[in-house]
Ligand binder design. Sequence first.
Ligand code: GLU
Length: 301
Amino acid sequence: MQELLSEIAKVAEASPDKGEVATYIPELAGVIPDQFGIAVAFEDGRLLTAGDAEVPFSIQSVSKVFALALALGRVGDQLWYRVGREPSGLSFDSILLLEREDGIPRNPFINAGALVTTDTYLAGSNPREALGELLGFIRAAADDDSIHINEKVAQSELTTGHRNFSLAHYLASCGNLRSSVDKVLGTYCHQCGIEMSCRQLAMAGRFLIESANTPPLVAALRRRRINAMMMTCGHYDGSGDFAFRVGLPGKSGVGGGILVIAPGRASIAVWSPGLNRYGNSKLGTEAMEMFAKRTGWSVFG
Ligand code: GLU
C-alpha cells in the first residue's frame, strides 16, 4: 500500500494538467496548484501517507459530511422534511431548483441543502457554540485537538459570498430557515473555513468506516445513509462520474480535498487544489481512480 501511495503521488506530480484553483473565494485563489497529498487511515488505526499529506488546506464542502452527521444527531429523520436526498444534476451553488421545489433543496451536499443542515445544528444555540460543537465532533473523530478554523478564509467567503446569501434569502422566503440569514451564513462560512491536512481528514473520516475499532460517533444505519449520500451526491453534477470511475462514497470541496470511504476498510483523504470542470479536485479524482483500480476496493466489486 505504501508503494502504491508513493506511485500515485509521483504520477500526480508529473501530471502536466493540474486543473484550475478556485478563485471565487479570494483567499483560496492564491493557493499554489502544484501540491498533492494522500493519506489512508485504516479501520484498525494504522495510517499511511504520501506527498504533501501534512499540509493544511481548506476543507470547504467536505465539512458538509460532518455537518450532516451533527444535524442528524440533533433532529434525526426530521431533517428530511427540510432537505431531500436526490442528486441535483446541477452545480454546487445553483439556485435553479429551489423555486420549482418550494425551497426544499435537493440534498444536504449542495450549498442550499448545506445551509439547511447548518441552520439545523445552529438551532437553539449561537454560531460560536454551534461551531464549537462541530469542531468538537471533528476533533473527537480525528482524535486531534489542533484542528481549527481559518478565520481569514471564512471572512473572505463571507464578504464575497453573494450567491450563498441569495440561496439563504430564498430559503428564508420559503420558511426553510429558523435562524437569521446572517447567522446561518456566518456559521456556514466558518464551517467551510475549517482547515485540515490529508492525515487529519483521513483520521476524521474513520467514523464512517464499518468497523468495531472506529469512533462510535454515529449509529450503523446513519453511517450507511451518510455513505449513500456521499456516493450519490458527494461530487455535485460530477457524482455519477466519480461513482463510475472510483466506485467509492466520497465528498469533495472547492479547496481541492476529497474524503473517500472504503466501507469496512479505510478512510482516505486526497488533496490537490486544482479543480476539474465540476469543481472537484482534478488530480484527486484521478488519484482515487488509480487507487480504486489497484486496490480493487470499489464497492461494486
Ligand atoms: N464554501 C464553498 C461555497 O459555499 C463550498 C463549496 C465547495 O466546496 O464545493 O461556495
